[in-house]
Design a protein around this ligand. Structure first.
Ligand code: NAD
Length: 332
């Protein structure tokens, strides 16, 4: 099948070309994000392969459907950027990569926790500056602390296992309980309780209307003073302005994020010689107890290979007219 890649980066070309030797699709890589403005690039391609910050709203879907695209292959797990009812009305197939490496994301969440707790970003710069002082670098033992896991699916469970290894007490909140998490000794509690008891709160649930801004001014009032919040899931889970207020008041002691609600304007691009116009982001990253990475939690060699393999296999299924196990459909 002819596949147009949007938001394509050098590492996408490498991982997809390596795996495509076995699939033989015709892959063309475009750097721009897919939006209604760039939809014309997809003309004549039966499939588009898109990532998290491409915009597949009704207008974009109509535009690419008119010029022959019938398959939306997401090379990611989340599909909140696709208007599924519109895709369904247009008879388009939407497929995704539900799991490629839960370890990658869980391990990155732990990386953020350790970076914030042990102030590794400061320590690194100090030592490079021949400053061997320890003042200002004091951390805490994770052993014996309470870690709240919000969303205990594949990534949440991997994360919980790592935290279990640290000797933390584990609390969980999810709309569905995971028996593996129970076996690990995790106690499921209402969200308010998890927020109130946890020293570290890590978000691992999807962005849905029901989870949008689940961390807001009201829920931040419930957290333990000085607690750490880590979000490697989706930016929209958090009301960033409320987090900024909680950081200013000291209620929130640390904030680590790999995602940001308005990230599509910033992430995956080099702004180092431009002026960032997003004041909220600039204020957020000015706090010394905040660490932000730019949606890199998934970014491991293993994950990239798995993403390429599953995406191309999904396209094969659709091309062969077979039922694809990774199809995404609008809610009934
Ligand atoms: P998953 O489907 O295995 O688990 C998600 C869990 O969230 C499920 O147990 C589900 O029951 C739970 N959930 C659903 N609604 C909820 C609610 N209202 N409150 C609490 N929990 C709820 O998904 P996963 O593979 O573990 O991925 C989790 C999220 O991680 C994804 O949705 C995605 O947003 C994010 N993610 C981020 C990156 C990254 O690079 N930063 C990479 C992959 C995934």
């Amino acid at each position: 099948m002819k596949v147009a890649f949007f938001s394509a980066k050098p590492y996408d070309r490498v991982s997809f070309k390596a795996v495509n030797d076995r699939y033989g699709h015709e892959l063309v890589f475009f750097e721009p994000r897919l939006t209604s403005d760039t939809a014309a690039l997809a003309e004549g391609f039966q499939a588009v392969c898109v990532f998290i910050n491409d915009t597949l709203d009704a207008a974009t879907l109509r535009a690419i459907a008119q010029t022959g695209t019938q398959v939306i292959a997401l090379r990611c797990a989340g599909f909140n950027n696709v208007d599924l009812p519109a895709a369904s009305e247009l008879g388009m197939s939407v497929v995704r990569v539900p799991a490629y490496s839960p370890y990658a994301v869980a391990e990155h969440a732990v990386g953020l926790i350790l970076t914030l707790n042990r102030k590794l970003y400061r320590a690194y710069n100090r030592v490079r500056d021949d400053n061997f002082e320890l003042n200002g670098l004091l951390g805490f033992d994770i052993h014996g602390k309470t870690v709240g896991v919000i969303g205990t699916g594949k990534i949440g469970y991997c994360f919980a296992k790592i935290m279990h290894g640290f000797g933390a007490r584990l609390l969980a909140y999810d709309v569905h309980e995971n028996p593996d998490c129970r076996d690990l000794g995790m106690a499921y509690q209402p969200l308010d309780e998890v927020l109130a008891q946890s020293d570290i709160i890590s978000l691992h649930c999807p962005l849905l209307p029901s989870t949008h801004h689940m961390i807001n001014a009201e829920t931040l009032q419930l957290i333990k003073p000085g607690a750490m919040l880590v979000n490697t899931s989706r930016g929209g889970l958090i009301d960033t302005s409320a987090v900024i207020e909680a950081l200013k008041s000291g209620r929130l002691g640390y904030f680590g994020a790999d995602v940001y609600e308005q990230e599509e304007e910033l992430f995956f691009q080099d702004y180092s010689d431009r002026i960032i116009q997003d004041d909220t982001f600039q204020l957020l990253q000015s706090f010394s107890n905040v660490v932000i990475t730019a949606h890199q939690a998934f970014f491991t060699q293993e994950a990239l290979t798995n993403i390429a393999e599953t995406t191309l296999s999904n396209i094969n299924d659709v091309e062969a007219g077979q039922e694809c196990a990774n199809a995404v459909r609008p809610p009934a």
